[in-house]
Design a protein around this ligand. Structure first.
Ligand code: AMP
Ligand code: MG
Length: 398
């Protein structure tokens, strides 16, 4: 059986990013930029005021006698005239500096009387002016390739007039749940039935990871229906099944794939939970057969599917972020397989502290709730103790 590290390497090496394409900026939220995005124009586009107040001439005269207020420049409504020495123009934040203006005096530093404004202090040349082009120049690269387009990047590009960007496409991920015992949320489970909770885990995580989940259906434990669902799912960018991948009498995922164009890359990894994980390529698309136990589905998603999604979507750093943390209590390992335990990681004054969920049954959902990390207990380690420095993997994007 291969180790976690070997299996992860197989996954990462066998997947390449999808082909980038031009997309409207509005559609690109959360996607990875494939080509540099450049400004269409300089910013600010014109000299403008950083404050509400008065714009004054660049060479003010007779300040003590007060400056005559000759007009106003409001944001979106520039002053048409010109400021001469001895004059001032009312101005609001973001409004264009009038011709001849050299500084802005904030309203708080002025006194207005009879169409004149008196200044409390002698202003400095250029104060409170945002000059054209001081933020960026036309044609300047604003966002580099491999950057995820989050709100800040999107707003920056919008300000620069960028309407189209070249990005890696949003991933469409098919999720097929297998199991005769599964019913949909909303139905009352009959004898021997349970709700298809894995679907809800995966659906939520896929949304959180910026993917579009598709074909969210339940396949019965027979090869015909399972085969039909798998055939439908083939136009997705990545396919996930849950359950039916172990050695049980009713585990039909592998048998169903055998009659299809499936290249098995590995089956079974020395981890707990998640040992029966199947990974391969179906019609050249990455295919993950996740074990059905809820904690195993979740762990194999975080450990293997998440890096695969990152790689497909054009990210460069695809391995999970890690932290060293102090363990707050004793924890048992598995001894034979590398154990991954759901845990809470918290910053406490000067260090991370990690607390492992007390309920770690692979058949349980309880251990997944309110967890932000997984503690990796190496193979052959039977126990870890309170105060030990341990390595934890962050559950990113959640
Ligand atoms: P399997 O991997 O099909 O042998 O299933 C292992 C265990 O996980 C069984 O107890 C199943 O009932 C349970 N299970 C399988 N699929 C799901 C699912 N989609 N949601 C919740 N539990 C599941
Ligand atoms: Mg099953």
């Amino acid at each position: 059986m291969i180790s976690y590290d070997e299996a992860l390497q197989c996954v990462v090496e066998s997947i390449s990013p999808l082909k980038p394409r031009e997309t409207s900026l509005n559609e690109a939220s959360g996607l990875i930029l494939a080509k540099p995005a450049k400004a269409l124009w300089e910013m600010p586009r014109y000299d403008n005021s950083a404050m509400d107040g008065f714009a004054i001439n660049e060479f003010p005269e007779n300040i003590e006698a007060g400056l005559s207020i000759v007009g106003a420049s409001y944001a979106g409504h520039p002053f048409a005239g010109q400021i001469r020495p001895g004059e001032a123009v009312r101005i609001t934040t973001g409004a264009a500096m009038p011709v001849g203006a050299g500084a802005v005096v904030p309203i708080e530093d002025t006194i207005e009387k009879n169409d004149k404004v008196f200044l409390n202090e002698t202003p400095k040349q250029g104060q409170h002016v945002r000059y054209a082009g001081e933020e960026y120049r036309a044609e300047e690269i604003l966002v580099d390739p491999a950057t995820r387009l989050k709100a800040g990047e999107i707003a920056l590009l919008a300000s620069a007039g960028v309407q189209q960007v070249c990005v890696y496409p949003r991933l469409r991920v098919a999720v097929i749940s297998t199991g005769d015992e599964l019913v949909k949320l909303g139905q009352t489970p009959g004898p021997g039935q349970i709700i298809n909770s894995n679907l809800h885990f995966l659906r939520t995580r896929l949304f959180e990871c910026g993917c579009t989940p598709i074909y969210l259906d339940i396949g019965a434990d027979d090869q015909k229906t399972l085969g039909q669902l798998i055939d439908q799912a083939i136009d997705a960018d990545l396919i996930i099944t849950t359950g039916g991948v172990s050695v049980g009498e009713k585990d039909y995922v592998q048998a169903t794939l055998q009659n299809r164009n499936f290249e098995k890359i590995f089956w079974k990894v020395a981890i707990k939970p998640g040992k029966p994980l199947l990974f391969g390529k179906l019609e050249a698309k990455p295919f993950f057969g996740l074990p059905g136990n809820p904690a195993a589905t979740a762990a194999t998603f975080e450990l293997f599917v998440k890096p695969a999604l990152k790689r497909l979507s054009g990210q460069v750093d695809v391995l999970p972020e890690k932290r060293m943390a102090t363990l707050t209590h004793e924890v048992m390992g598995d001894g034979k397989r590398q154990a991954f335990l759901w845990c809470s990681l918290q910053w406490d004054k000067s260090e991370y502290r990690v607390t492992v969920s007390q309920r770690q049954g692979s058949g349980q959902n309880r251990c997944l709730a309110s967890k932000n990390a997984m503690l990796a207990v190496p193979t052959h380690v039977n126990s870890l103790y309170s105060g030990d420095q341990v390595e934890v993997l962050l559950i990113e994007g959640s």
